[in-house]
Design a protein around this ligand. Structure first.
Ligand code: MOS
Length: 693
């Protein structure tokens, strides 16, 4: 008997890599039709008020312009689906940049020129766009993003904190941040009778299919959505966005295919952002650093259109021993664009605050920051009392310390110079929950010996397509080259979004189940019948399992910075991440996920920031020249490692999600290092030179 090399866990290159690097992979806006039209969105130029007049004559004077859609003439949409998608339905303007008109023309240039010629009159109302700790409009929501209760109270925080020998009380701030995937949001739509067909840049075309069907009063079978290649999303494509709705409307009105690619300058207003947070963190500990009382209180913003509450206190409910705990979320609805998911919503800003506070508490207790974390390691999840399915934070910290050379660290602050540079090192922990959603898949054995595996997963650049093929081959006990994997179309079995670091777990469970079913069928046949053999899977039941365990991924990040005493510039010299995330299914694509997350965390720490202009009522940063994501010169040689973690309580692959944990904790590792270098504690991101000089 021969054993095949297992494909799961192998360093397989992306199946679509060649298509991507040769430019033959086609994205949503690349599917223009010879008879197709182009649309251009017109943003509102006031921050709050109402449209009182629409003048489209000048725009329509160009014969290349077929129509201009506004609230006066756009197709009516069903109400109550998602208010951010109710485009061109009302004269109300809820925030600057809201799309208020759409031009449609035979060329992109004509559509864009027409957009400039559309004249809208408004009555403007006073707007309120700045978040404050004591904003009068703030309220307690029912829940925060992800279904987390807004408030949790355990024990008696006030008494325990008052009695604590060591107290730390500080407010940490994170700014608004924008996702800015490489591929802006784009869609190509056309109608075949009462059937809507769409190419959309999305993290989940099953969701787009369902929501567009609702909006246009269709059955889901009347809507077909393809998202074959997607150039990143980071959460901003996790829910349908206006480009899909607008392209569908324009195609309906003109009877022709329409492509709409939002300009990067328009994304900030209509594709979500990470809401700013003001986070008060109080830690009360005994002299040995054992936490008695923990309070993490979040103040954040949403729009007047829709409530979205960044669940930044959620990680404080699960991270450390905290017998007396208070975690709360308060939100203010402002005249701003609607915030949404951005890589590790909740955990990312929340762990910046918690891990900064832990560093400050360690100093207050005279403890090494790793030792402080070891002393507060819970044996059960504090918030629920559930046992952990696996938790290897301690091992990540120890392995990271060993690789980083932490034992040689002199804890003295501002004690290390290299010419005019101050040097420092810092550490922070990472965590991200394990999530899984029901999914369907199908595996079909063809008479020619190949296996078609179908699942409406979305590969947003993560390597999902490749890893799913590996999972299939593994379950089939076949080599990878016999598997044909089909993803990215709503015609395929229904699947959840590429979000919440749950894609591979959710889709993979269904693929595994379908392929195991097919393997058993194949074992009963001497040869595959001409019509083939098919096995289907639905993981609705499996997705409910494992809830008796607290399931989270963990990691530890170590950073070395240099701060220039003449310019105030901070540069990251070394960044190391060690993660414990179950079984790694493909080391090449996994490394890329961790690396990408850590790079994005470095951006959060040092370069990224959206500035709300109070008078204008809009974000000042409009493009990648102003919104600074780290470039190659900003990023050192990032060192990524992981532990071989065995966890039988996850899924058939034994994997935890890895798409988001890399960004969690990075910013605190950087600012903790900045403190070690300079003695300056950065409690408002990003780190800028003026704060250090
Ligand atoms: Mo991720 S922010 O859950 O797409």
């Amino acid at each position: 008997m021969t054993t095949l090399p297992r494909t799961l866990g192998a360093d397989t290159a992306r199946l679509e890599g060649r298509e991507k690097v040769t430019g033959t992979a086609r994205y949503a806006a690349d599917h223009g039709h010879p008879d197709g039209l182009f649309a251009w969105a017109v943003p509102a130029t006031i921050a709050r008020g109402e449209i009182t007049g629409v003048e489209t004559g000048a725009a329509l004077a160009d014969p290349a312009v077929l129509t201009v859609l506004t609230h006066e003439n756009a197709p009516r949409l069903e109400e109550g689906v998602d208010p951010t998608l109710a485009v061109l339905q009302s004269p109300r303007v809820a925030h600057r940049g809201q799309i208020v008109a759409l031009t449609v023309a035979t060329s992109l240039e004509a559509a864009r020129a027409a957009a400039g010629a559309v004249r809208l009159d408004y009555t403007s109302e006073p707007h309120d766009v700045l978040l404050g700790l004591d904003h009068p409009g703030r309220y307690a929501p029912e829940e925060a993003n992800g279904g987390h209760p807004a408030d949790r109270e355990r024990g008696d925080f006030d008494t325990a904190y008052d009695e604590a020998a060591v107290q730390h009380d500080a407010v940490y701030e994170t700014p608004p941040l924008h996702n800015h995937p490489m591929e802006p949001h784009a869609a190509t739509a056309w109608w075949e009778g009462e059937r809507l067909c769409l190419y959309d840049s999305s993290q989940g075309s099953s969701t787009v299919q369902q929501m567009l069907a609702q909006l246009f009063g269709l059955g889901p079978e009347q809507v077909q959505v393809t998202s074959e290649h997607v150039g990143g999303g980071f959460g901003s494509k996790g829910t349908p966005r206006p480009q899909a709705v607008l392209a569908a409307m324009a195609a309906r009105v003109t009877g022709r295919p329409v492509t709409l690619a939002l300009a990067r300058q328009q994304l900030a207003a209509v594709t979500g952002h990470r809401a700013p947070t003001l986070q008060r963190l109080r830690l009360g500990a005994d002299r040995d650093g054992r936490i008695q009382a923990l309070a993490h209180e979040i103040v954040t913003q949403s729009s007047t259109v829709q409530e979205f509450v960044e669940q930044a206190a959620a990680p404080s409910r699960t991270m450390y021993v905290s017998p007396h705990s208070r975690t709360t979320h308060r939100v203010t609805r402002l005249d701003v664009p609607t915030p949404s998911w951005m890589r590790a919503p909740g955990e990312c800003p929340g762990m910046y605050a918690l891990e900064s506070a832990m560093d400050e508490l360690a100093l207050a207790c005279g403890l090494d920051p790793i030792e402080l974390r070891l002393r507060n390691e819970p044996d059960r999840e504090p918030d629920s009392g559930r046992p952990y399915s696996s938790r290897h934070l301690v091992e990540c910290l120890r392995e990271g310390a060993r690789r980083f050379g932490w034992q040689h660290r002199d804890p003295a602050v501002r004690g290390h110079r290299d010419g005019r540079l101050l040097l420092g090192t810092g550490v922070a922990a990472s965590t991200y929950p394990v999530m899984v959603s029901p999914c369907r898949a199908e595996a079909h054995a063809r008479a020619d010996g190949l296996i078609d595996v179908r699942v409406n997963a979305t590969d947003i650049g993560t390597g999902a397509r490749t890893v799913l093929a590996q999972i299939a081959a593994d379950a089939l006990r076949m080599p990878l080259d016999r598997v044909r994997i089909h993803v990215g179309s709503s015609k395929l079995p229904e699947a959840p979004v590429a979000g919440g670091s749950s894609g591979t777990s959710s889709w993979g469970s269904a693929v595994h189940k379908a392929c195991e079913g097919l393997r058993h069928q194949l074992a009963e046949h001497n040869e595959v019948p001409a019509t083939g053999l098919t096995a289907t899977a639905d993981t609705t039941e499996e997705a409910k399992r494992g809830q008796e365990y607290a399931r989270h991924a963990y990691g530890a990040q170590f950073c070395e910075v240099q701060v220039d005493t003449a310019t105030g510039e901070t540069r990251v010299r070394r960044l190391l991440g060690v993660f414990a995330t179950g079984r790694i299914l493909n080391p090449r694509t996994a490394r890329s996920q961790f690396l990408g997350g850590m790079t994005m965390g470095l951006g959060m720490a040092l370069t990224e920031h959206s500035t709300m202009d109070r008078e204008f009522g809009d974000y000042a940063e409009r493009d990648l020249a102003m919104y600074h994501v780290p470039v190659c010169a900003d990023v050192p040689d990032i060192d990524v490692h992981w532990l071989d973690e065995e966890d039988p309580h996850l899924n058939p692959m034994g994997s935890k999600g890895i798409g988001e944990i890399g960004i969690v904790g990075t910013a605190a590792a950087v600012t903790n290092a900045v403190h070690h270098a300079t003695g300056v504690r950065i409690r408002a991101l990003p780190v800028t030179p003026d704060a250090l000089l």
